[in-house]
Design a protein around this ligand. Structure first.
Ligand code: CMC
Length: 373
């Protein structure tokens, strides 16, 4: 092959153009807006509109967006029935992958124009939130709840999962994490989704692929893995001993490191501030001491910084959310980024089909079966 360009893991390789997000060492922006600005001045629904339609909504566009989302919230009864049939020990990400695939057979949006795809994206936002909440109810021996009119997307997920009107802090912090998780250019799951779009396959297949890719602990699964790590420790001393042993054994520490960010993840800085306030408010500073007992040596001794999944795991934990919902909640957010990328790819498409470098045996001849040893 001539002009061979090869980087393991495609590290640093530009694999396409995008107008949706820019990830830089010193900044993260969605369609030109800095993540800090979005985190303090918008809601998740506004960010979803920005990602899908290219601009932040005005008030009437936002109400239309929210009413479209509300219109799609009730899950088809056949889908709820399918969720009941899945064994209760099946992981929530697997259930979500199946749930979205099943929902695809009841897709209320017909057509594949850019407008149809945007509308289908809003429907997929509703479906992912609905499946996560319904599944949580079913595995805790409760019946799924009907959506409650008037709630924000974050509040609706909490209400339908936990069965109570969420408090203002829980709603705001879930909303914030949904904003922070919504989009991150060509990360693994988004790239996988774009590959699906590039074959002219359908959007539901793209989102199912995104869910399967996000599940891995090197990607979205890290928020659960990070919290499960913290749950092993009953004191900062135990955490400190563990991390120093992990250094010796060269173990990966979940919720740390990033393919692009080498001096810290902007989303983690934003969320960690909120987490400290939350822990103080809930009188749970013991958890911050354990959190810091892992973080400080990682940063000071290894120069490896927390990514967004590290503060997110503990934030969700202090909000009382079950650990198996953390990565599915990431899906409820990132579905907007995936859909925006699917649309961008589908509306300006070239098949994504890279090459590989062959490293197998040299050319050889087939030995007839009777003569093989
Ligand atoms: N714990 C311990 N060492 C690490 C970590 C970590 N979390 N991350 C990187 N390193 C070390 C790594 O061992 C390597 O050391 P050496 O040069 O001595 O072999 C060096 O740092 C470079 O790491 P790398 O694995 O080559 O970096 P990468 O760009 O391939 O990996 C990563 C990025 C996210 C896969 C990796 O940092 C990692 O496995 N982190 C833990 C999983 C995680 O938190 N994932 C969430 C990613 S961000 C948000 C999301 O998508 O959800």
């Amino acid at each position: 092959m001539t002009d061979e360009i090869y980087k393991p893991g495609l590290e640093g390789v530009i694999a396409g153009d995008t107008d949706i997000a820019a990830v830089e060492q010193t900044s993260l922006s969605y369609r030109g807006y800095g993540i800090g600005d979005l985190a303090t001045k918008t809601t998740f629904e506004e960010v979803a509109h920005l990602l899908l339609y290219g601009e932040l909504p005005n008030s009437s566009q936002l109400s239309e967006f929210r009413s479209t989302l509300a219109q799609y919230r009730a899950l088809p009864p056949e889908l709820v029935q399918a969720l009941r049939l899945i064994p209760t020990d099946v992981g929530m990400m697997d259930v979500l992958r199946t749930g979205v695939s099943m929902a695809g057979h009841f897709d209320p949006v017909k057509g594949d124009s850019a407008d149809d795809l945007r509308r289908r994206s809003v429907w997929l936002m509703a479906v992912t939130g609905g499946v996560v909440s319904a599944r949580h109810r079913l595995i805790t021996n409760k019946e799924p709840l009907d959506p409650k009119p008037g709630l924000s997307h974050a509040a609706q997920i909490l209400y339908q999962a936990l069965g109570e009107d969420p408090d203002e802090t829980a709603t705001r912090l879930l909303d914030l994490t949904l904003i922070l998780y919504a989009e991150h250019e060509y990360n693994a799951s988004t790239f996988a989704t774009r590959v699906v779009a590039s074959t002219l396959s359908d959007m539901v297949s793209g989102i199912v692929t995104g869910i399967g890719t996000l599940k891995g602990p090197l990607h979205g699964g890290a928020n659960e893995a990070a919290m499960n790590m913290l749950l092993q420790f009953d004191s900062p001393a135990a955490a400190s001993a563990w991390i120093h042993e992990a250094f010796v054994k060269k173990h990966k520490v979940m919720g740390f490191g990033h393919r692009v960010y080498k001096n810290g993840d902007h989303r983690a800085f934003i969320l960690e501030d909120e987490l400290r306030t939350l822990a103080a408010k809930k009188d749970q500073m013991n958890w911050m001491e354990i959190y810091d007992a892992i973080k400080d040596p990682m940063v000071n001794e290894k120069k490896i910084f927390p990514n967004v999944d590290y503060p997110c795991g503990l934030t969700y934990y202090l909000l009382g959310l079950p650990v198996d919902m953390y990565t599915p909640l990431f899906v409820c957010s990132r579905v907007t980024g995936w859909c925006a990328h699917f649309i961008e790819q589908a509306t300006n498409n070239r098949l994504i089909r890279p090459r590989s470098r062959y490293t197998g045996p040299a050319a050889r001849e087939v030995t007839p079966i009777g003569q093989r040893s």
